[in-house]
Unconditional design. Sequence first.
Lengths: 223, 95
Amino acid sequence: MADYGLVVRNASLDVQIDGTYRNHSFVKAKSVSVVGGNNLNATFGDIDTRPIVTHELLTATPLSLYRVYKFGSASYIGCSFTYPFGNALTVDLQVFKQGVNTLPDYGLIVNNASGNTVFSSEDKHLTFLNNYEATLGHGSETASIDITVGDADNNNFILEPFVHKEFVAGNPANSGHQFRGIRKIDASTVRVVNFSAEYPPGPAFPSTNAWVATLNVIEVRKE
Amino acid sequence: MTYGLRCWNASKNLTLDVNENITRVRFQTEVAASVTASINLPDISGKSTIQLGLSLKGARTPHVVIRSGTVITWRARGSVHFPTGSTLVQVFLYD
């Protein structure tokens, strides 16, 4: 808690905003499309700190956000999704950056002890609404679990952490990758599902160190 | 409104209402690839948190971040195509 300045608490007396406040602020919304295949790249411009990307859920296909990238640049410039090989699709996503995005001439700003602005009321802030656990184990290539959520029609989601498992190594013609993605069933139900991408999979690669049984389905307010 | 703080912009639209619960970062650290470690955050006892492991280098497998009680642990993972990578670990309070 700050030794001076503004402190805002909620009804439980938890400090909500003071000089130690840190969060991500909304940068941009983007709609990206692909005509087919199993990879969707979205560029969102230079962001100097590691951004958080949230996205809508599609009913047609599960999505796995597998990277946010720089490509040699000092700034993060885009992200990529994979999904089961299929037809054209369009995804709406939102990008949030660390710290303050807007320094307005009005409203409320809060500075820390160093004089740096840590909060601006003109920013739209990253808001987590709910967190649901989804446990699938290693499962089969098509194992899935349905999760009841607050509002899959109007909120965005993060599936975390990124999960990936490889199949036969050293044989490109029969190599494959298993991912875990998320899709919408209806307004209150989402499905976390294992799926394969690239080529038809062979036997599981012996090393499954990257695999995690329990994932978090994080419901995020859409700005 | 019996407590909290509200702000409106020049168009009289509400831009801040802390009657809501505000998501905020309680803890963050950048961790190197292959490093597994943990930290105790006693003040998160009884509070809801979300832990994220965000890859800092594109196609890498970020650390998995797990909470047990008030202890946050980040564990390195990796595969051939997505090797273990440096990770931004963030713990958010959201209620």
